[in-house]
Design a protein around this ligand. Structure first.
Ligand code: 5GP
Length: 112
């Protein structure tokens, strides 16, 4: 897999507003926020889509939700939306796994 935008952010080749980082994940502010808070939880392991996960990735993906919960708790939010877009038909545009975390406005259901 060619380096994605998110790998380039991890490698500091392009800038981003980084909210959290450790050896396995980076959490950044989305460049085109769809809510007052719009974060992306990104594993450093370059997995293209949800369809590319295998059994060994279960812990990696589970930890993405715990990370989202921890960051939102620190920001003072208990109500937020988490989204994985998978594939172009679901509006995935960056093919490096990421969890959207949105908060700070009312949300509708069903989503568009
Ligand atoms: P997707 O459409 O793949 O579900 O989500 C990709 C997200 O990455 C979009 O919400 C888009 O705004 C965001 N994004 C794309 N390029 C960049 C970038 O260079 N920096 C940051 N911080 N976010 C980006």
């Amino acid at each position: 897999m060619q380096d994605s935008i998110f790998t380039k952010i991890v490698n500091r080749e392009i800038p981003a507003e980084i909210v959290f980082e450790d050896d396995w994940y980076i959490v950044i502010k989305d460049i085109q926020p769809q809510a007052p808070v719009h974060l992306l939880v990104v594993p450093k392991k370059p997995i293209a889509t949800l369809n590319d996960l295998d059994e060994d990735d279960a812990e990696l993906v589970g930890a993405m939700f715990l990370l989202a919960k921890g960051v939102m708790s620190k920001l003072g939010y208990t109500d937020y939306r988490t989204v994985f877009n998978c594939g172009p038909g679901a509006q995935q545009s960056v093919f490096h796994l990421h969890l959207h975390v949105l908060a700070g406005r009312p949300f509708q259901w069903p989503p568009g």
